[in-house]
Design a protein around this ligand. Structure first.
Ligand SMILES: Cc1cc2nc3c(=O)[nH]c(=O)nc-3n(C[C@H](O)[C@H](O)[C@H](O)COP(=O)(O)OP(=O)(O)OC[C@H]3O[C@@H](n4cnc5c(N)ncnc54)[C@H](O)[C@@H]3O)c2cc1C
Length: 497
């Protein structure tokens, strides 16, 4: 991409003030310092939707504890490919964040903390699965330090809050990875935007909502923007647009009218947490403990009991409980879903709905839960649970991707996908999993798709290797590199290996 000669045309417009736009903006400004960048955020502060600290679980997803990343195959062996992929992607994030710390942009203690990642199962069948999963994973250097135990004494040492008040003879087992982390993505996002907004030729516009995106005859993009504070309309023109609008990205993608965006729709799933108010319980637990999802439940509803460190304070949350709302953003409108329906996506959406009745049933059941019923799933983790120690809070809104599919009409997906046009002048990020943890990897994907020539240039290649030393190399197939890379990042970020 050439820096535009017309002063009124931006090189890059970033829509949305979440972790994704922040990461892309910082990457671009470091790679090409002369770029003219503007960021538009509809709320009056950045990082208040999914990237807000209490709107997500803050798990630095590495494939250590998420059992849905390691399904059992029909032959009884464990498929570890997704866990390896996520572990590699998180190592990329950690390298980039380490670079930012070394450059003095950020302080590790403000946003990342060492927190063991554990998986917990009940009963012989699941214990056999967990043992097999452990045996398969420890063969790879990225997981070699994973510990397994079904010994009550050991488990008591690891997770006293969970092990107290168990019935005699209850069978439990867990794995533990000390290399796990808790990340405050809100603080990280704010840090990234603080640096970005202080750079020359960067404008951060808060309370500015992008209402429309149209392609001009010369290939640039015309953005129609509402200044919500002054109740006025504005517009701008940009060579490249990134739609990092979280749940709203699917609606804005529709507005670009690019062929590649046709047939996409969104299915919103809201979340709720129980937040612990009892200090002695909070102090007794120090881990992110993931259980197994119920049959028929979506992958993002895996229950977990999580230590969080938010603004220097230790906290404890349990959840998420799924729910349904037609909003695409927590601060959105109930009309978001109905207004997203077009002649291109109505069939895929209806078809995905019909093929996912289990999910619909699950969501209805979750919405109908009484406070006492909600306690039942927490009881699996803390047998002697008291309702008055916990308070219900709303998490962020996730919008799952629905896309056209030749065979079934419409597919519901739980991952993330970057959609861009063939001219590579607009890209949108849809979906929310594994999410913020892998933001650096996902934004490198945007750069590879939309700045392909620049990404091959000597200048960008050498800068990329300065920021992410293992850029372009596989860690899962290079044990020595995996060990030295994890150790180096751990030393800078204050984590364990
Ligand atoms: C319940 C829950 C738990 C999660 N747990 C984890 C976890 O443990 N670990 C993890 O890595 N990830 C987790 N995630 C996912 C993670 O939070 C998201 O992937 C990530 O925050 C998405 O960042 P984003 O920048 O794309 O979107 P967001 O942070 O949602 O930001 C989008 C921004 O765009 C703005 N916007 C929208 N429309 C417009 C418009 N028209 N004009 C201007 N601005 C607009 C919004 O106001 C918002 O600020 C979780 C998500 C949820 C909901």
């Amino acid at each position: 991409m050439n820096t535009h000669s017309n002063k009124d045309v931006l090189d890059v417009a970033l829509i949305g003030g979440g972790i994704m736009s922040a990461t892309l903006g910082v990457l671009l400004k470091l790679l090409e310092p002369k770029l003219r960048i503007a960021i538009y955020e509809r709320l009056n502060t950045v990082a208040q939707e999914s990237s807000a600290a209490w709107n997500n679980a803050g798990t630095g997803h590495s494939g250590f504890c998420e059992l849905n990343y390691t399904p059992e195959k029909t032959d009884g062996t464990i498929d570890i490919s997704k866990a390896l992929k996520v572990a590699e992607e998180f190592e990329i994030s950690k390298q980039f964040w380490s670079y930012l710390i070394q450059q003095g942009f950020a302080k590790a203690d403000d946003f990342i903390h060492s927190t063991p990642h554990m998986s917990l199962v009940h009963g012989e069948k699941d214990i056999a699965y967990l043992q097999k999963r452990h045996d398969a994973l420890i063969k790879n250097a990225l997981f070699e330090n994973m510990q397994f135990s079904d010994d009550t004494q050991k488990l008591m040492e690891w997770i006293p809050l969970i092990m107290e008040n168990r019935l005699p003879g209850e069978k439990l087992a867990a794995t533990k990875m000390d290399a796990g982390s808790d990340v405050n993505f809100e603080e990280l996002t704010k840090t990234l935007f603080r640096w970005l907004a202080a750079q020359p030729d960067v404008e951060l516009h808060l309370s500015h909502e992008v209402r429309d995106i149209d392609k001009e005859d010369d290939g640039t993009w015309y953005l129609e923007i509402k200044d919500l504070k002054n109740n006025s309309r504005k517009n701008t023109i940009a060579d490249f647009v990134f739609i990092g609008a979280g749940g709203m990205a699917v609606r804005l993608l529709e507005k670009t009218d690019i062929d590649e965006g046709e047939g996409y729709g969104g299915f919103p799933v809201s979340g709720q947490w129980l937040i612990c108010k009892n200090k002695s319980l909070i102090e007794k637990h120090h881990a992110k403990v993931y259980g197994k999802a119920d049959v028929g439940s979506p992958p993002m509803s895996v229950p977990h009991l999580d230590t969080r460190i938010i603004n220097g304070q230790k906290c404890l949350l349990f959840g998420p409980y799924a729910g349904f709302s037609t909003k695409f953003l927590k601060h959105g409108s109930y009309l978001d879903l109905p207004e997203s329906l077009t002649s291109h996506n109505i069939l895929p959406i209806l078809s995905a709905g019909m093929h996912n009745m289990d999910l619909t049933k699950y969501l209805i059941e979750q919405v109908m839960l009484t406070p006492e019923e909600r306690m039942e799933s927490l009881k699996q983790f803390i047998p002697d649970v008291h309702i008055e120690d916990w308070e219900l809070a709303y998490a962020g809104q996730r919008v799952q991707i629905i896309k056209k599919d030749g065979k079934s009409g419409g597919l519901l997906e739980f991952g993330t996908e970057v959609i861009s046009n063939k001219e590579a002048t607009v890209a949108a990020l849809l979906g929310a999993s594994p999410g913020a943890s892998t933001s650096v990897y996902i934004m490198l994907d945007v750069l590879n798709k939309c700045f392909a020539e620049k990404m091959k240039s000597m200048q960008w290649q050498s800068k990329l290797r300065e920021m992410i030393p293992t850029y372009g190399q596989s860690l899962s197939s290079n044990p020595q590199l995996a060990r030295t890379t994890r150790k180096k990042s751990a030393d800078i970020l204050g984590l364990k290996v």
